[in-house]
Design a binder for this molecule. Structure first.
Ligand code: SME
Length: 160
């Protein structure tokens, strides 16, 4: 069992989180198990989150996957909201104020900023990783790079 401690949000913090995630997923390749672990890991290790989890690409729609936080909307069409924008553009969406994002889908009224990373493995869109925060501008460029790296570790260590 690894010892998980709060690591802060700097580059150094993300280096430590990357090592912890590698250890957490080292012995398991099952998708649901690893996705559930990864969302719990993010939710407990990153500060100021009110939701962390997955939407999965099923027949060109995003369908709710393993997550931590309040109950959420189940299906999101590609192109709709922040998650749909990440899925259709294949670009990370880092939104400082979700209320200013056209088409934002408000699952939890506490959310004010959001980071959504598209998950692509061997050229195939698996889904998106969605993080929500009650703080405006919660996610910096350092957070984006750090969380994209964690998502890459998850994809490498998980059968998709
Ligand atoms: N806000 C997201 C929807 C998912 S919830 O935040 C969990 C969006 O606009 O895509």
């Amino acid at each position: 069992m690894i010892d998980l401690q709060q690591t802060g949000n700097g580059l150094e913090g993300y280096g430590l989180l990357a090592a912890q995630l590698e250890a957490l997923l080292a012995d398991e390749r099952d998708f649901v198990a690893n996705a559930a672990q990864f969302s719990a890991f993010l939710y407990t290790q990153l500060e100021d989150l009110n939701w962390a989890g997955f939407y999965l690409n099923k027949h060109e729609q995003l369908v709710l996957g393993p997550f931590q936080g309040q109950v959420a909307c189940v299906r999101i069409p590609f192109g709709k909201g922040v998650c749909g924008a990440a899925a259709s553009s294949l670009q990370t969406q880092r939104v400082e104020d979700v209320h200013a994002f056209p088409g934002h889908i408000a699952c939890d009224s506490a959310s004010n900023s959001e980071l959504v990373v598209p998950l692509v493995k061997e050229g195939r869109l698996i889904g998106v990783l969605d993080l929500d925060s009650p703080k405006l501008s919660r996610f910096t460029e350092v957070d984006q790079r750090g969380i994209e790296n964690l998502a890459a570790i998850f994809l490498r260590l998980t059968e998709c």
